[in-house]
Design a protein around this ligand. Sequence first.
Ligand code: PLP
Length: 373
Amino acid sequence: MKLFDVYPLFDIEIAKGIGCRTYDKEGIEYLDLYGGHAVISVGHSHPFYVQKLTQQLETLVFYSNSVINNLQVELAKKLGKISGYEDYSLFLLSTGAEANENALKLASFHTGRKKVIAFSNCFHGRTAAAVRVTDNAKIVAPINEGFDVEFIALNDLDAVQKSLRKGDVCAVIIEGIQGIGGIHIPEASFLKALEEECAANGTVLILDEIQSGYGRSGKFFAHQYAGIKPDIITVAKGMGNGFPVGGVLIHPKFTASYGLLGTTFGGSHLACSAALAVLDIIKAEHLVENAQKVGAYLIEELKKISKIKDVRGVGLMIGLEFFEPAKPIRDALLFDKHIFTGASGSHTIRLLPPLSLSKSDAELFVKKLKEVL
Ligand SMILES: Cc1ncc(COP(=O)(O)O)c(C=O)c1O
């Protein structure tokens, strides 16, 4: 059997990772400013993370959601505390798409409606409902076209108001910061108005913090810059530092009932151990503050480079838009300077490093980027 060929691959095989560095099978070292799609939050092979996962592997990897799992309870408590959402409930699953799928489902159960508002250039995943509310016709199969979605330009409050006031919208789903769409931050005043309009029209506000959450923006959640409290928040990626784990944070107004949601693998003992280790490291090493500080430094330095058309983002979620196509720049960074970065569209490079990135590594990147440009 061969692999189903859906990923364009770099001719590099990564064999090892330590902190913000990865190593290929020849031992060549790469600075990782991509974190494997914003997944590596606390750094590759963090000793505490490895120790906690090893201990759990030797004890119990998995038992089903039909028995008490106190690791889930501990995770919900710690996540509630660190994020400022102690009164919300947590539903655990394994991926970001699943988190959004369940968030949308919950919104629909709660409101009895099925129309959704999402935003131009958004990405929410590839499962049925998550892909339906993703603004990329190429990845929506006919079978996914099951409910009404209206895509509205980011920050266009008038259009959102007009639509919400018809009274038939189940949910508004919005990324804390648009990631795949090229690092676009919704305006704080827009988010504030969105929160009010959703409440006034009985619509559920879902904040997708799968890429922008878990400290990446320099706050635990990017939407916290706007001072809002959404009805539902979805998380994944950095939550497990590479172990697949995701979650839905749910406002107390939603009523749970047996069988309403469910999953086989979500919240397994091993997944919870990974997620607990991540939260412990984020707290002990002040990684949210580090993301804020090192990110601010990086953004300031990058803004001084005249060959970059636009620098967008906050914390360690940064987009660099170039006047020319970004691919040759990204390739030169990777193959000549051994630095991993991400892409977005044709002209933008995304930086999504581990939250533990040091100022000296940020300086190194700026120096290497200048050499490439
Ligand atoms: C904002 C956002 N939502 C959802 C997802 C989907 O997550 P997953 O690939 O874990 O299903 C992604 C993945 O890139 C994302 O960036």
